[in-house]
Design a protein around this ligand. Structure first.
Ligand code: BDR
Ligand code: CA
Length: 306
């Protein structure tokens, strides 16, 4: 039986690839996509979600637009990573579909049924709002698998990863929610790099494969310049992959707390791996990944799409 999932995202190159991985994987059933402001403004991330589903041949999957700004801060986007459109690289067709009229938070409350796994690959604004506005939903959420945070170095500041940094208050709400939570952070996503060889393999595949190759052409240039990496971490796809095959990522159970009021460390996910704080365990945190198996899963699944 496949697991019902919802991807809450801000596409975003790696968000788009995460959506395509879900579409190509029989272990999961993508029942909806919700969007939030993050990598780009909400209008752009929503448009990009629609385009991605169309490229994946599944424009029938509903998309709902959510929060256009973090809970209590100004939006800081990542145009330097994802470009002006949020999905620079391939030529983006005008989407033929529209998002549903409901706000993402109300849409989520409606479609989440017992056993649903939420896969947020963006700032956690929508998820925090969902828990606040529809508290009855929490018991129906089987698990939250979030791409965000870092035990070690951040990627926006030395202390913070982007999704945690953009809306630390929302991340704090979700970490404290008591809902089973897995954090797929930079500690694992930076260990698996999608290379030019992977892109060439996909360029020869179907429309979705070509789309991913062209996304990676753009995305990789940022990682070469900024990190000297010979490839790019497809962060968000690792969260979806974790639902598909939980043996890919090794996780440790720990307390995760999010810093919300520090000049230097806002958005830091403080992971207490040795239990020194006495704070209760509230998350499984990715500490290692079988990079080869993850990348082979990712590439072979996308290759199978028309
Ligand atoms: C995360 O930030 C975004 O730019 C990516 O889409 C990913 O979700 C990585 O820090
Ligand atoms: Ca993202």
């Amino acid at each position: 039986m496949s697991t019902k999932i919802v991807i809450d995202c801000d596409p975003g190159h790696d968000d788009a690839i995460a959506i395509l991985l879900a579409l190509a994987s029989p272990e999961v059933e993508l029942i909806g996509v919700t969007t939030v402001a993050g990598n780009q403004t909400l209008d752009k991330t929503t448009r990009n979600a629609l385009v991605t589903l169309e490229v994946g041949g599944r424009a029938d999957i509903p998309v709902a637009a959510g929060a256009d700004a973090p809970l209590s801060r100004e939006l800081r986007t990542a145009a330097h990573v994802h470009g002006d459109s949020g999905l620079d690289g391939p030529e983006l067709p005008e989407p033929r579909t529209q998002p549903v009229t409901e706000h993402a938070v109300d849409f989520l409350a409606e479609i989440i049924e017992g056993g649903t796994v939420l896969v947020p690959t963006a700032p956690l604004t929508n998820i925090a709002l969902l828990l606040e506005r529809h508290p009855e939903v929490r018991d129906r959420i089987e698990h939250i698998v979030w791409m965000g945070g870092a035990i070690g170095e951040g990627n926006v500041t030395p202390a913070a990863e982007f999704n945690a940094f953009v809306d630390p208050e929302a991340a704090a709400v979700v970490c404290a929610s008591g809902i089973p939570l897995t954090m797929i952070g930079l500690d694992v996503t930076h260990k698996a790099l999608f290379t030019r060889a992977h892109a060439e393999r996909l360029r020869e595949a179907g429309r979705a494969g070509r789309f991913v190759a062209e996304l990676s052409d753009f995305f990789q240039r940022f990682h070469e310049r900024s990190y000297g990496f010979e490839g790019s971490p497809i962060h968000d796809a690792m969260a979806v992959a974790h639902v598909i095959d939980p043996t890919l990522v090794t996780a440790r159970t720990a307390n995760v707390a999010v810093e919300t009021s520090s000049e230097l460390c806002d958005g830091r996910t403080v992971v207490d791996l040795r239990g020194v704080t006495g704070r209760p365990e509230n998350a499984d945190v990715g500490v290692d990944v079988d990079a080869d198996r993850f990348l082979e899963l990712l590439v072979s699944r996308i290759e199978s799409l028309p």
